[in-house]
Design a protein around this ligand. Structure first.
Ligand code: CP
Length: 355
């Protein structure tokens, strides 16, 4: 049974039991390929959306399905087995109006591993620079019969707007300060693989909450799956309405980290900040930067995450970021490819997107 933080409960019937762990009649675990095949058959049943625009509004079975399928892709990727026929003949366009290393590259890799034709639109050399609007750019790409459109934009709501105009399935790769749904899914997969579950944990999300779409998506996912979520940061970087999202608010790192299973650090987003919200990087690190001394206040087996890119010495000390016993940061990147494969695969079978 999953108990959401709003009191709603979900039974854990068969569909919650991951085929990657279900054993055959001989007692042997299923092969990665068999487990994966079982999950593919369930995509249409458990994920009924045409797009992935936000975590807010998704139900636990939808999130669980994406995580289970992503887990099967981790096993397949690690075993070197490719699935190059699943998206053969489909076109994926990466449309990034903002800089990205991890998200853009992992969507490209994910699409290629599934056999899609992948196009990276470089906005800096596109007709956007001649004044073409977002809508005209999207309708132009739509006329080329793109199937999957991955969009990153500095304006909150841009992917949502495009989803109403184009025929393609739209995936939000981060919009302004709104949401970054695939980041929250990859974070959840990383947590689940280390803690054995994605529910009943205490997660402290620390730093620049105001400007963080990663924080918002993680808050929605983690509370929906029945975790206790804390947000920790200075009052100047804490949105006034954040407590309405079902989280506990802390301005003191020691109190916010006490008893946490997971410490999720966020980048200080200076490019989105008005001046004067943070006195200096040095002072910010003193009060809110994660070093081993502050980490010792969390549970002894607490694990550290960061979505990247990191500002070392500002929100996180290098010794913590690179600590192989405590840091999951590199593994988060690996999970990003698997999660994006699961999302592309699921949406390509969804309503209106079938081959
Ligand atoms: N975490 C994340 O979105 O990283 P990029 O900006 O490099 O894509």
């Amino acid at each position: 049974m999953i108990s959401r933080n709003d009191g709603k409960t979900y039974d854990t019937p068969d569909h919650f039991h991951c085929p990657t762990r279900r054993r055959s009649s001989t007692g042997a675990p299923p092969s990665p390929v068999d487990a994966h095949r079982g999950l593919l058959q369930r995509s249409r049943v458990f994920y009924r959306q045409k797009h992935l625009l936000a975590i807010e509004g998704l139900e636990p079975p939808e999130i669980s399905h994406l995580l289970d399928l992503a887990e099967s892709y981790v096993l397949l990727n690690r075993s070197g087995k490719t699935q190059r026929d699943l998206l053969r003949g489909r076109t994926l366009i990466n449309l990034f109006f903002e800089d990205s290393t991890r998200t853009r590259t992992s969507f490209e890799l994910a699409g290629k591993r599934l056999g899609a034709d992948v196009i990276n639109m470089s906005v800096s050399t596109s007709s956007v620079n001649k004044g073409e609007t977002l809508i005209d750019t999207a309708t132009t790409l739509n006329a080329m019969h793109c199937d999957l459109l991955v969009v990153r934009h500095d304006q909150s709501g841009a992917p949502n707007l495009l989803s109403k105009i184009v025929d393609a399935a739209v995936i939000n790769a981060g919009d302004g300060t709104h949401e970054h749904p695939t980041q929250a899914l990859l974070d959840a997969l990383t947590i689940k693989r280390h803690k054995g579950r994605i529910g009943g944990l205490t997660v402290a999300i620390c730093g620049d909450i105001t400007h963080s779409r990663v924080a918002r998506s993680n808050i929605h996912l983690l509370t929906t799956m029945g975790n206790s979520v804390r947000v920790v940061g200075p009052p100047t970087l804490m949105p006034a309405e954040v407590a309405d999202l079902g989280v506990a608010v802390f301005h003191d790192m020691a109190a916010g980290l006490a008893g946490a299973d997971i410490v999720m650090m966020l980048r200080l987003q200076r490019e989105r900040m008005a001046r004067g919200l943070v006195p200096s990087a040095r002072e910010y690190f003193r009060f809110y930067g994660l070093d081993h001394q502050k980490l010792a206040l969390a549970k002894p087996d607490a694990l550290v995450m960061h979505p990247g890119p990191m500002n070392r010495g500002v929100e996180i000390d290098s010794a913590v970021a690179d600590d192989p016993q405590r840091s999951l940061i590199r593994e988060q990147v690996e999970m990003g490819v698997a999660v994006r494969m699961a999302v592309l695969d699921t949406l390509s079978r969804g309503p209106g997107n079938e081959p």
